[in-house]
Design a protein around this ligand. Structure first.
Ligand code: SAM
Length: 352
């Protein structure tokens, strides 16, 4: 079996880059801005951050969304400081921002495009957020935007044709209970590993802000926009295998290390982990709707998933797959338009 390919967004600033196709993810941070401010105002103990504040973004990609997220945190800390001390934070607090992502992330684009007016020192932290990437008690506030949905590996049995949980789809569609349970079990292990690592790295009382999409309880992944994206990629890969462009074995050995949890599953994972107090679980209404226009549908799927497909099928297979995805998006226009909505969340965690 080939090793699990790493998720990495398409880098650079070109027309096919993640940078150009991530406005949906950015819109969540923008829509959550006020709630982020309220969460920091209510939960941050100012004594912890008297002279300097370290903010870390886990799964930052190549920008620019990460700049919006960290600025939102910094603004909130400054406002709280101003309100509670009557002093100007500019004279008294220094900010350090740590940008974490996989070593294969395009950190060059990230650092080349750092906002010129920023008022923070920056550093890159390469490495997998499933493990420790920082020293103990070394940051105050962490953010993860659209990065709390990954798994470190495909659950055992999912790729084994002889197993009772063999999954012919490329992701957890939600329609096979045993497959869903296997994905949930692996996801629980991995997300608890993320929480364990962050709990060690955060100062006592420090905060983690998780932003992303989850499913409303009872909704199945394939009923949602993102599930349809994955269904159409899977169907396109199977078509390419039938045409002999890629090997069927390659398609069968490909599954996506992603699990979009239901709201109650996320709550249970956090509670069972026990390292954090759940201070808020906000349903964020964001104005952007994901596009059902076939070209944009395929292009944004390619910006997020092109890297992982290239790693498994090579560049030609990836390009052909997304050409088919665009054609299938035309055929499935009504299904895409009528996709059930997921829930965009802001989860506020305070380290116990
Ligand atoms: C959907 S993107 C979100 C990027 C950014 N936070 C945003 O709001 O646009 C997910 C990011 O998580 C990163 N990622 C995935 N697995 C990771 C891991 N194990 N460790 C660190 N970063 C990871 C990917 O490389 C990617 O940049």
């Amino acid at each position: 079996m080939s090793p699990t390919p790493e998720w990495v967004m398409v880098g650079g600033e070109g027309s096919e880059s993640y940078k150009k196709h991530s406005s949906y993810q950015r819109a969540l941070v923008e829509a959550a801005n006020e709630k982020i401010s309220e969460a920091i105002s209510a939960n941050l103990i100012l004594d912890l951050v008297s002279n300097w504040v370290c903010v870390a973004d886990f799964g930052c990609a190549s920008g620019p969304n990460t700049f919006v997220a960290v600025q939102s945190v910094i603004d909130a800390v400054e406002n709280k400081y101003r309100r509670e001390t009557g002093q100007n934070p500019g004279d008294n607090i220094e900010f350090q921002v740590l940008f974490n992502d996989l070593t294969t992330n395009d950190f060059n684009t990230l650092f080349k495009t750092l906002p010129s007016e920023r008022r923070y020192y920056s550093a890159g932290v390469p490495g997998s957020f499933f493990d420790r990437v920082l020293p103990k008690q070394s940051f105050h506030i962490g953010v993860m935007n659209y990065a709390f949905q990954f798994m470190s590996k495909i659950p055992k049995g999912i790729l084994d044709r002889d197993s009772t949980i063999w999954n012919k789809d490329i992701h957890c569609t939600g329609f096979n209970n045993k497959v869903k349970q296997a994905y949930l079990d692996q996801y629980s292990v991995d997300s608890k590993a993320i929480l364990d690592a962050r709990a060690e790295e955060l100062v006592p009382g420090g905060l983690m802000l998780l932003l992303g999409s989850c499913l409303k309880d009872g909704t199945k992944m394939s009923e949602t926009y993102r599930g349809i994206v994955l269904d159409l990629i899977g169907a396109s890969l199977n078509d390419l295998a039938h045409q002999g462009v890629i090997e069927q074995d390659k398609v069968d050995s490909f599954n996506i290390t992603l699990y979009i949890a239901e709201e109650s599953e996320l709550r249970q994972i956090i509670e069972e982990n026990g390292k954090f107090t759940l201070e808020g679980f906000e349903d964020i209404l964001q104005p952007n709707k994901e596009s059902s226009e076939p070209k944009i549908f395929a292009a944004s799927a390619k910006a997020a998933l092109g890297g992982i497909l290239t790693a498994h099928f090579g560049e030609e297979g990836m390009i052909k797959a997304f050409e088919l995805v665009e054609a299938k998006a035309h055929q499935n226009f009504t299904r895409i338009e009528n996709a059930k909505s997921g829930m965009q969340y802001l989860i506020v965690l305070r380290k116990n």
